[in-house]
Design a protein around this ligand. Structure first.
Ligand SMILES: [Zn+2]
Length: 287
């Protein structure tokens, strides 16, 4: 955005600007989330596993369809970069852009993390968020965005940074490689734009630029998700720590994140089945 327009405004500029916006997608037309059922299941949860994600590093973990996982702040304010893959098909992975188009810039309870084409189905549904109270601050900031990408060594080099090997992109690449038995060169292209767990971000209203500010997360807070399909997940404890100042370096204070895997009483999910991939016929109008 520039302050001086490149061309003079037309005579009807105000009228054009006054046109009311409409939602791009009627997301409510998508199959409904049964939050009542998920709440009944939540009431029966028992922890089956937990995984510590070390600071400035990532860990991959598996969550079977029908189980829940919590990403928990444990020692200090820390944001996490989350990737999701279908456990049996790493080509099916989280599609940040379409999730943003369907649910908005930041995810709330009941919102879903959607997979890319040709699958486009819910991979996980957010079932609880102890930062739900934060809402939107006076700067337009909110938590758990799907507008960021993930910190990476390429952009860091582009902007004059020293080589730094513990950006979320590299952390996720190493974690996926180890979990899936892939060399780094095969794992890297499967790493994708993330759900920025706990990160507080927005777009500056004057300039449109992406901003971050200190995460409001504190030890004990958690984001909880329901696995809609069998998942392989990767979580990086971002080298930005609470992302109040910098990332892509060792400057910020960083803390571990804890992942808890929780199983409900199967009776609570009676009648539920994992969502199917899109039924589009893949013809794309050809032939
Ligand atoms: Zn990061």
């Amino acid at each position: 955005m520039t302050s001086e327009p490149l061309t003079p405004a037309p005579a009807d500029a105000d009228a054009r600007r006054a046109v009311r916006p409409v939602p791009v997608y009627a997301a409510e037309a998508a199959p409904k989330v049964d939050l009542a059922m998920l709440d009944r299941a939540r009431a029966t949860l028992a922890k089956v596993d937990e995984i510590v994600v070390p600071p400035r590093d990532a860990t991959a973990f598996r969550v079977p369809a029908g189980q829940f996982f919590r990403i928990r702040s444990v020692e200090g304010p820390q944001v996490g970069d989350l990737n999701l893959w279908a456990a049996d098909n790493l080509d099916e992975r989280f599609y940040s852009g379409k999730t943003r188009a369907l649910h908005g810039t930041h995810l709330d309870r009941g919102d879903r993390m959607w997979s890319g084409f040709p699958y486009l189905r819910p991979m996980a549904t957010i079932t609880w968020d102890t930062l739900d109270w934060y809402g939107q601050d006076d700067f337009g900031g909110a938590v758990h965005d799907v507008i960021g990408t993930r910190c990476d060594p390429y952009t860091n080099r582009l902007l004059g940074g020293d080589p730094y090997h513990h950006c979320c992109h590299s952390n996720l690449t190493r974690a996926l490689g180890a979990a899936a038995g892939l060399p780094l060169g095969s794992a890297e292209p499967l790493v994708h734009d993330v759900l920025n767990v706990f990160m507080c971000t927005g777009f500056d209203r004057a300039t449109g630029r992406y901003f971050m500010k200190a995460s409001p997360v504190r030890p004990g807070d958690y984001l909880e998700l329901f696995a809609e399909i069998d998942l392989l997940a990767g979580l990086s404890a971002c080298p930005g720590g609470d992302c109040s100042a910098s990332h892509s370096s060792d400057a910020a204070a960083c803390y571990p994140l804890l992942v808890e895997i929780l199983a409900p009483d199967p009776k609570a999910l009676e009648g539920w089945t994992p969502p199917r991939a899109s039924d589009y016929d893949l013809s794309h109008g050809a032939g």
